[in-house]
Design a binder for this molecule. Structure first.
Ligand code: SAH
Length: 308
């Protein structure tokens, strides 16, 4: 099992996702002899998990059942232990797209936080890319490192425990993309520029408040980033309802009274399925600003990146 690949069979040491419902799922480290309690009863790892296929339905000791799923970054985001605020799938999808991440991309990120975004980046850049993630909180950096190892993606990531605003990402001229999710991203913009490859790199930054976005945009344009775009992505879940609509009554057919009316017209109403958007939704998470690094080729001497 690895968060960056798929495997068929559940094995000792895997992290499996026990799925009770969309609102209730948990990550379980599979161990011989261990048990996991759910509201449907216990799951015995040796009998119920090891050797079974991912995706299987497992009956718990009280007779209810759960699905046991292969871990993915999306499921991990829903199940992970929160040590910080985290980014969710809607924002993560936009970030992955706007930073043009793909297998082989080199990415710098700060802060690591709870590793929600990091896992999605790692799955996208595998098997040949690399993530440099910087977190100044020592325990969070260490915990993230442990999780990457347990999830077998540690060969794709370097965790740095430092203040990105003071000490940067620890790499120069290599990154295809940078992502910032810290309270003062504008202070990290010069370091983002240093870490990015010579030309064409992407930068992104997520902030909950528009004042932070404004300061970040100012810093980005001061440092020569261009085509700045700020996006807020809102997920609207429509409610599906069955409605009953009255059929119009056009009166008797005077032109051809001998032609019978279609059967539907004998009913006063028709039922059909429709959707309604929510009237109110607690949707705001924040805005992400994205930009491109200016082309440094013109400022380059002997093939090295320009430093201005
Ligand atoms: N994107 C992460 C959440 C990041 S929360 C996720 O999806 O899980 C913000 C993190 O940034 C916190 O853990 C905080 O400790 C860290 N942080 C804040 N300022 C920092 C700085 N200057 N340098 C490094 N890390 C920083």
């Amino acid at each position: 099992m690895s968060f960056a690949e798929y495997s068929e069979e559940i094995r000792e040491g895997d992290v499996a996702i026990v799925y009770l419902s969309h609102e209730s799922l948990m990550a379980v480290t599979v161990r011989h002899g261990a048990q996991t309690q759910t509201r449907y009863g216990a799951i015995r790892h040796s009998d119920d998990l090891i050797g079974k296929r991912y995706g299987a339905k497992v009956t718990c000791s009280k007779g209810g059942w759960v699905y046991v799923l292969h871990p993915t970054p999306e499921l991990w985001t829903m199940a992970l232990p929160h040590r910080t605020q985290i980014l969710y799938a809607t924002d993560i999808a936009t970030i992955t797209l706007m930073l043009e991440l793909k297998p082989g991309s080199v990415v710098c990120e700060s802060g690591t936080g709870s590793g929600s975004l990091s896992h999605a980046i790692l799955r996208t850049i595998a098997p040949t890319g690399h993530l440099y993630t910087v977190e100044f909180h020592q325990q969070r950096a260490q915990k993230a490192q442990e999780e990457f190892k347990e999830h077998r993606v540690d060969h794709l990531v370097t965790v740095g425990n430092r203040d990105v605003c003071k000490d940067g990402f620890g790499v120069t001229g290599v990154a295809d993309a940078i992502f910032l999710d810290i309270p003062s991203p504008w202070d990290a913009v010069p370091h983002a520029k240093t870490a990015l490859k010579c030309s064409g790199g992407r930068v992104g930054s997520f902030s909950p408040c528009v004042e932070q976005v404004q300061r970040t945009c100012e810093a980005l344009s001061r440092h020569g980033f261009h085509e700045l775009n700020t996006l807020e992505v809102v997920l609207r879940v429509h409610e599906v309802r069955t409605v009953s609509l009255p059929l119009p009554d056009f009166g008797p057919d005077v032109l051809s009274p001998e032609v019978p009316l279609p059967p539907a017209f004998h009913h006063a109403a028709a039922t059909l399925k429709t959707t309604t958007p929510p009237r109110e939704m607690p949707a705001h998470t924040g805005s992400s600003v994205f930009g491109y690094k200016e082309d440094d080729h013109l400022q380059t001497t002997e093939g090295l990146c320009g430093s201005s």
